[in-house]
Design a protein around this ligand. Structure first.
Ligand code: ATP
Ligand code: MG
Length: 695
């Protein structure tokens, strides 16, 4: 087996990680089991039985799911064909090749054709609680999608395989645009509406989109974002670079969402056209383009936590199947349930659980483009009560920020409709898990902590919400059906062996696996398949405990080596967050003369808590007790906030540079690398100032 640089850092985590974190297991609550009628799987014993047969014959398992969850115009020739071994040639995975389907048809037409068009697909929650909401049924979505598809085809001359760029906030027109694109066999590239003109321009040029769909602007809390102005700036950048790229954006479709004064932005004729004019002038009938299962459906960039974002390409059927199947089981979704993810359709989680996977299950969603804490920190739970939400999904960063504001904002609302809580995107610290479970869910709702990546496109690890499964705060549970994780570590004599703690890899393809990185198959092979030939490399460290539950311990690249002992970021951060005054923490290595590396901690305190020397000592003590003296932070820096990606993930690579050389950074900050994916780059400046003052 080949070695890989970052793998040399892998990982003999302290076994204490598990034992210190599992203070107590939580059975799936009885009241949930009685009321929620889990899906076809009586209990965890049955789950394991299905899992084992799905691993023995993954193609048989996924074929049965494919027949159940998707419509096939023509059946496939072969369920699975793949090569995962770089020594045997090009890496590829093909699911259901030869089969014809369409993801928009699966999402919308099926419901309308079976007389269920009045089913509600989206309740749109407005920015201000007092404004009226919009409601979109499956029929109304389908009509708008067809009109937009017709326009894209007839006026913009978009053909099968062309790319459509979408730059919209989290409003129903975002899924409408995505579905209109895949209905005609085009490939969409959604760019999250928080990105800058430069980031948008780079993504447009990368995928050579000839159409951009955007809107005048939107409100997020008290802030108005003038999106059209940013889009125009991006198109200017694209135009100026056009000589190098030999293409240009010919059409821009502009939704009047804010209905802002037209003097706020300009329309460039003939390039720009209003959404409502485009739709009203186009046919409400646009036939579905049946595409091969492996036809690309989308490109989407990773969050950029660890470096330059990667343009993940997904294939139609496998992608939608994995999304639909994991949505159904992990959310325990039943027709009529209302699902609310405090997330954006512009991320993979939103693509899968708010569009392709959830619509394929006939789901009803709440979609919200505003702030979860506006006008006050109770807004999220107000929305839950307003729409009687059954399943709620929030990322750990959101849950931490709500916890920080105290319980009163939660208790003010009933939350009685909630059946299940979900989290995804980052490790959830056990103390935050408990708050979510006990305070938000009143100990009635399972907490489904799902582990996935943009590249996996659907859930890979989950605590199944079924009888007999014991939830462990901080553990992402067990593998989903058909998923075969492997953990590798380096032994003392330097060999690489399977282990219960080390680097997480996946043996064999699953339907939603990334097919390639846009324009860069070589980077695809190098990133995911060179480190461990024959396996997909996740980049995450992981521990499997004696019950077969998985614990994500942090990115392999972030592992800290203190006096020859390897420390994952998650365990130290969770120890710090277990202190009642701490809201959030991030740890990174700094060089140390004797120990090799030492732990440097950035700590954000809860609202109304002051930092003090005493607290400093208490935090050191917490880490000593929970993990051991070797993991005690050498330095603790009080931090008003932490740098995060726009999807809300802590960016440790930047914290590491600040910790290591904050005082020597050049004014241009060039050493920090790509910071275009940061939500609030200003945070960095504050942290650098504090770092310098500590010298
Ligand atoms: P980039 O790949 O550009 O560095 P990224 O990895 O943050 O960015 P995503 O695909 O959005 O981009 O995030 C996937 C990563 O998020 C996983 O590899 C893992 O580190 C983390 N993650 C996701 N879900 C969980 C979870 N439930 N528990 C722990 N970590 C999680
Ligand atoms: Mg990643």
């Amino acid at each position: 087996m080949l070695r890989h640089d970052s793998f040399l850092k892998a990982v003999l985590f302290s076994r204490r990680f598990c034992s210190s974190s599992i203070e107590k297991g939580y059975p799936i609550p009885e009241s949930f089991l009685v009321n929620a009628a889990p899906h076809h799987i009586q209990n965890f014993e049955k789950y394991k039985e299905i899992y084992h047969s799905s691993i023995k014959e993954p193609d048989v398992f996924w074929s049965s799911q494919a027949k159940k969850l998707l419509y096939w115009k023509k059946p496939w020739n072969r369920a699975l064909d793949f090569n995962f071994d770089v020594n045997k040639g090009k890496i590829y995975a093909e699911w259901f090749k030869g089969g014809l389907t369409n993801a928009c048809y699966n999402a919308l037409d099926r419901w309308v054709e079976s007389g269920q068009g009045d089913r509600i697909a989206y309740y749109e929650e407005p920015n201000l609680p007092s404004d009226s909401s919009r409601v979109f049924t499956y029929s109304s979505l389908l009509e708008q999608v067809q009109r937009l598809s017709s326009f894209l085809k007839q006026t913009c001359h978009i053909r099968k395989g062309d790319t459509v760029a979408i730059y919209l906030p989290n409003i129903p027109e975002l899924p409408i645009s995505m579905l209109a694109s895949c209905r005609i066999g085009a490939i969409h590239s959604v760019v999250f509406a928080g990105f800058s003109a430069q980031a948008l321009a780079e993504r447009i040029m990368d995928c050579k989109a000839s159409v951009l769909i955007t809107c005048d602007g939107f409100q997020r809390g008290s802030k108005t974002v003038h999106l059209k102005r940013v889009a125009d700036e991006a198109l200017e950048i694209v135009k100026n670079a056009a000589n190098h790229h030999h293409f240009h954006v010919k059409h821009q479709i502009v939704l009047q969402h804010l209905k802002s004064d037209k003097s706020e932005y300009s329309m460039h004729h003939p390039r720009d056209i209003y959404w409502h004019e485009a739709l009203s002038s186009s046919s409400p009938h646009c036939p579905v383009e049946w595409v091969d299962a492996e036809h690309p459906i989308l490109v989407l960039y990773t969050s950029g936590s660890t470096g330059k974002p990667k343009g993940v390409v997904q294939a139609t059927a496998g992608y939608q199947l994995h999304a639909a199947s994991t949505f159904l089981y992990s959310m325990n979704y039943h027709l009529g349930d209302v699902f609310f993810a405090s997330a954006d359709c512009g991320w993979m989680l939103g693509h899968s659980f708010m569009v392709y996977g959830s619509l394929a299950n006939g789901a009803t969603h709440v979609i919200y483009a505003g702030l979860p804490t506006y006008p006050d920190p109770g807004r999220t739970w107000a929305i839950v009560d307003k729409y009687q939400v059954d399943q709620f999904l929030g990322a750990p960063t959101l849950i931490r920020s709500l916890l920080r504001e105290g319980n009163a904002h939660v208790k003010k609302y009933s939350r009685q409709s909630l059946k299940l809580l979900c989290t995804a995107g980052e490790p959830i610290n056990p103390h935050v898990w408990k708050w979510y479970y006990e305070t938000v869910g009143d100990s009635r709702c399972p907490v489904v902590d799902t582990w996935w990546q943009t590249e996996t496109s659907g859930v890979m690890l989950l605590p199944p919400p079924i009888e007999g499964f014991i939830q462990k705060p901080g553990s992402a549970g067990v593998p989903f059906f058909g998923i075969l994780p492997k953990i590798f570590a380096q032994t003392e004599n330097g060999n690489i062996e399977e282990s219960n703690h080390g680097t997480l890899c996946i043996a064999r393809p699953w339907p939603g696996i990334v097919r390639t990185l846009l324009n860069n198959h070589q980077r695809f092979e190098e990133t995911y398949f060179h480190p461990f030939p024959g396996y997909y490399y996740t980049g995450d460290g992981c521990i499997r405990d004696e019950d077969g539950c998985y614990w994500l311990s942090g990115r392999i690249d972030d592992v800290i080596g203190v006096s020859g002992r390897r420390i994952g970021t998650t365990e130290v951060e969770s120890a710090l967050v277990s202190h009642p005054h701490v809201a959030e923490a991030a740890v990174v290595p700094i060089p140390h003369e004797i120990k090799g590396q030492a732990v440097y901690a950035f700590v954000t305190l809860r609202a109304n808590v002051e930092s003090s020397e005493n607290l400093h000592l208490e935090l050191r003590q917490v880490v000593r007790e929970k993990i051991g003296a070797h993991a005690i932070p050498e330095m603790i820096q009080w931090s008003p906030a932490l740098p995060k990606t726009r999807s809300g993930k802590i960016v440790r690579r930047i914290l590491r540079i600040i910790a290591e050389k904050g005082h020597t950074l050049s004014p241009s900050r060039g050493e920090l690398g790509d910071i275009s994916t940061l939500a609030d780059p200003q945070v960095i400046e504050e942290l650098i100032q504090i770092r310098v003052s500590l010298m």
